[in-house]
Design a protein around this ligand. Structure first.
Ligand code: ZN
Ligand code: ZN
Length: 104
């Protein structure tokens, strides 16, 4: 887990590393299976396990299961050499924040 800036949330959030994100995706898939089985339960409650896992790991208090799925370190590029914000993807050549040209 690592605190990084999220472009979608416009704030710093705890992002999951590879191992943690694999567990999170598994719990997310389980949540969907749960939902298919018992259609009465509101969708969010089916993802309690995922939210608990994330919140215990990060102490963040996330309530939106979908947000966790984009808080994964591997989805973004490395940190900008100039301002420290992560590149939006691993392919971009410019930092959207400060315009720094990426060093490859
Ligand atoms: Zn986010
Ligand atoms: Zn930058």
């Amino acid at each position: 887990m690592k605190i990084r800036y999220c472009w979608r949330c416009r704030m710093e959030v705890p992002m999951l590393d590879k191992e943690e994100s694999e567990i999170a995706s598994k719990l997310y898939a389980e949540g969907f299976q749960e939902f298919k089985r018992s259609k009465k339960v509101p969708l969010k409650e089916n993802f309690t396990k995922l939210l608990d896992y994330y919140n215990e790991l990060t102490g963040f208090g996330e309530t939106e299961p979908n947000a966790i799925l984009h808080h994964i370190i591997d989805l973004y590029g490395p940190d900008c050499e100039n301002c420290g914000k992560p590149y939006r993807t691993n392919e971009v050549t410019f930092c959207p924040k400060c315009g720094n040209k990426r060093q490859f």
